[in-house]
Design a protein around this ligand. Structure first.
Ligand SMILES: [Zn+2]
Length: 395
């Protein structure tokens, strides 16, 4: 960001010693004569342009016997911060903060006048929140460090950059579409899935939220068993979380590594949003499974045994994940896990060691099960930033 002192606001300038000879030479070349005020002013302008050090001096217009007025700044400095947008127009209502001095808001002229300050070096930040998304919005961030000398009036100019505002905001997208965006299996055809992805760059996490509701509940299932099923389902969904992280890289704003979390909410108890998935609960069910938008489970057969392992496994299907065991009559199959960078992991079934999408009661959560979150987050953040942001699942 540019911070420069506006030397034209001070007409009593003198060079600071020791002189930098190459800077003086540059000024001499640009303005060889110094026979009047305009030429002297121009020489000083050229000297400052070339990077020469200078200071403001107190006016000396008095005759020797006149009472001496106090020097306007008395050894102090005058600091004014000006905030402009990327096309140079002043920005009103920017929150300016000058380290050790405090906060202020800019006027319609883009100015925050701090008055007299102690000479020294200050770090300055300016921030204006966006009021809308998209180009042309006046929001942005700027930071810089400025040094003010004794008796100097310093105009520090902060140019707002809007490119990284999104980097400290929360974002979300609702996915409802084919699982083939994320993976394919040679032993089963594509189905639709739904989940919400929040890229909470302000709060520091990636959160996948699913919404389920009751479908058919068998008459011999008690209310207590229903309540217990919801409680255990939520716990099993949460167990998918905090196993892996997502590394997000923005070419301008930097890098963040955030935990990936999972959350189940129930409709309509927890949310007024409608849920595409419905849970059909029976006392016992011969083979739990997800078929379309139906999740069929039995309380005695799936919720109670093996610490509700089946709920964690079926939840995986609702996200897009496929079984890694052979279906009846199949002896050769692959599951292709797509990654956000455009490559894929092709897994030949059945893999050599167990995992939650393969082996009953196994609670091994593999990195490939999380690739879909990076695909969706990368698409969301590319849209939000307008740049090639990359997302990757890391340990
Ligand atoms: Zn399964």
């Amino acid at each position: 960001m540019d911070v420069h002192s506006d030397s034209s606001s001070c007409y009593n300038r003198k060079v600071l010693k020791p002189l930098n000879s190459s800077v003086v030479e540059a000024a001499n070349t640009a303005q060889p004569t110094c026979s009047n005020y305009a030429e002297r002013k121009n020489w000083m302008d050229k000297y400052i342009e070339a990077g020469g050090a200078w200071e403001c001096v107190c006016p000396k217009g008095q005759k020797p016997k006149d009472p001496k007025p106090p020097c306007p700044l008395c050894g102090k400095a005058h600091l004014i911060v000006k905030v402009i947008n990327d096309i140079g127009n002043p920005v009103e209502g920017t929150t300016v903060n000058v380290d050790t001095i405090g906060g202020s808001f800019t006027t319609a002229e883009g100015l925050a006048d701090y008055g007299q300050v102690e000479p020294g070096t200050y770090s300055i930040t300016g921030e204006k929140e966006r009021t809308s998304s998209g180009p042309g919005d006046p929001g942005g961030l700027a930071t810089d460090s400025v040094t003010v000398h004794p008796d100097e009036t310093k105009l520090a100019v902060l140019k707002l950059c809007s490119k990284c505002l999104y980097w400290n905001e929360n974002h979300r997208t609702d996915y409802n579409g084919p699982d083939s965006k994320f993976l394919t299996s040679t032993q089963i055809s594509s189905v639709n899935v739904a989940f919400r992805l929040e890229a909470n760059l302000a709060d520091g996490n990636i959160t996948i939220t699913s919404i389920f509701r009751w479908g058919t509940v068998a008459s011999d299932v008690t209310n207590a068993e229903k309540a217990d099923t919801i409680k255990k389902f939520k716990a099993q969904v949460a167990s998918w979380g905090n196993k892996f992280n997502m590394k997000i890289i923005d070419p301008i704003c930097g890098e963040k590594t955030l935990p990936v979390r999972f959350r189940l909410i129930w409709s309509p108890e927890d949310t007024s949003t409608t849920a595409p998935f419905q849970v059909n609960l029976y006392k016992t069910y011969p083979r739990a499974g997800v078929t379309g938008w139906n999740i069929d489970i039995g309380y005695d057969s799936d919720v109670t045994p093996d610490s509700s392992w089946v709920l964690a496994h079926e939840y995986g299907h609702s996200l897009c994940l496929q079984d890694e065991y052979f279906y009846s009559g199949v002896s050769s199959a692959t599951v292709t896990y797509k990654k956000a960078d455009g490559t894929s992991d092709v897994i030949s079934l059945e893999p050599s060691s167990g995992n939650i999408m393969y082996t009953h009661a196994n609670t091994t959560y593999l990195k490939r099960f999380y690739y879909f979150t990076a695909i969706e987050a990368q698409e969301l953040l590319c849209n939000e930033s307008g740049r090639s942001v990359t997302c990757e699942i890391v340990n």
